[in-house]
Design a protein around this ligand. Structure first.
Ligand SMILES: [Zn+2]
Length: 390
């Protein structure tokens, strides 16, 4: 049943995407121009209806499900190529419809093509890739190339703010999936991401004793000094070789310079490549002892996203993807990155995940966010190639 990945199939797909580039660019532009920062219900609903409309236009039976959340909007779930095989595990395509760019960004920095790049807020992360996901289905349907598994596209609406509401859906679909392809932005040079660090966040609070800084400082126990010492200690846990980073990014405390501070706190971001390190750091941070025994320390927080580890199954999936990419004429590189995505949640429930499959570009979350125009057609052919061979 599986379609052979040979030169003629690769060429037919590439030709399809070259021909469709104009329509595809208009769709990408429409998605970008409907601004949808996380939590903007109106923007989310507009972007979701554009995508659902595109799904309905594809000439194949698709099942569209809207999962709504009162705070974030609607997660969009599309099932395709499932006819006669509803129980079969699917190839799950993951993405998100929210962006980090506030409303007004596309007025300030409108869609612009220059030197083979297309600039627009949210285009690289990841509206161009949402459009490409749908076009990949359309390509398979038009060229009558049956994907090896049913295909499920899940686009969450709160990825950029930690997937509070999308996480359960991601996990449920990932558990049922044969493989998970994350259409998030690629690494530099268009490389796929075979490892992503996990993240934890903690807040460390110190309660000391206030005193007059000049008259009787010995009666005080400085919470500010305690937090300063704890920050120094926490930073010693940075371990580049193991891929562990610890950063005290926010600090506050005290009331006036002439008062020994009674309270202070810091917020810590921890990243790790292996779950074992996450647990070890958690144990350490939750059990921090004060340097000054008169100060009371309390810690809250925990592991948010588990790491996406570069397992043997991930490497095998990457090698397969590399072969498909070379069939459409490009070298698919491999990268490991510090940032997390919904791919981390999928990997944590046991799915085999290949992340960062989106169109080449740069500047996610930044003012120079863009995609490389010449990568669009071959990337589309490559993604369709994955669907038909996996
Ligand atoms: Zn993203």
């Amino acid at each position: 049943m599986t379609v052979e990945w040979d030169r003629s199939v690769a060429a037919a797909l590439h030709e399809y995407f070259v021909k469709r580039e104009g329509e595809l660019l208009s769709f990408m532009r429409a998605l970008v121009e409907v601004e949808s920062p996380s939590g903007d219900l109106e923007g989310n609903s507009a972007v979701v209806s554009l995508l659902a409309g595109a799904a309905r236009q594809i000439d194949l039976e698709t099942e569209i499900t809207f999962e709504s959340n009162p705070d974030y909007g609607t997660h969009l779930l599309i099932r395709a190529f499932g006819k006669g095989r509803t129980d079969a595990p699917a190839t799950l395509i993951l993405g998100h419809t929210d962006t980090v760019h506030p409303r007004g960004s596309t007025t300030e920095r409108p869609w612009r093509e220059e030197d083979g790049r297309i600039y627009a807020p949210g285009i690289f992360d990841m509206k161009a890739n949402c459009a490409l996901a749908f076009e990949s289905l359309r390509a398979c349907a038009t060229l009558k190339l049956q994907p090896a598994h049913p295909v499920v596209i899940l686009l969450t609406c709160d990825e950029e703010v930690g997937s509070q509401s999308g996480r359960a859906l991601v996990e449920a679909e990932a558990r049922r999936a044969s493989r998970v392809l994350v259409f998030e932005p690629s690494a530099p040079g268009g490389s796929a991401k075979t490892a992503r660090k996990g993240t934890s966040t903690y807040k460390v609070r110190a309660e000391g004793r206030a005193a007059h800084a000049g008259l009787d400082p010995e009666k005080g126990a400085s919470a500010v000094l305690e937090i300063a010492r704890q920050i120094e200690r926490l930073h010693t846990f940075n371990d580049a070789a193991r891929g562990v980073t610890v950063n005290a990014g926010v600090v506050s405390g005290g009331t006036r310079s002439n008062v020994v501070a009674a309270e202070a706190q810091t917020e810590i971001d921890v990243r790790f490549s292996a779950m074992a390190d996450a647990l070890r750091m958690e144990e350490t941070i939750l059990n921090l002892r004060p340097f000054d025994e008169r100060v009371r320390l309390s810690v809250e927080g925990g592991i948010n996203r588990p790491p996406l580890e570069r397992s043997e199954a991930v490497v095998a999936l990457y090698e397969h993807a590399r072969r498909i990419a070379s069939g459409v004429g490009f070298e698919l590189g491999e990268a490991s990155v510090g940032g997390a995505s919904d791919g981390n949640f999928a990997a944590a429930v046991g799915a085999t995940v290949l992340d960062g499959l989106g169109i080449a570009g740069d500047g996610a979350h930044a003012a120079h966010e863009h995609i490389i125009k010449s990568d669009i057609a071959r990337r589309g052919a490559f993604l369709s190639g994955l669907l038909i061979t996996l």
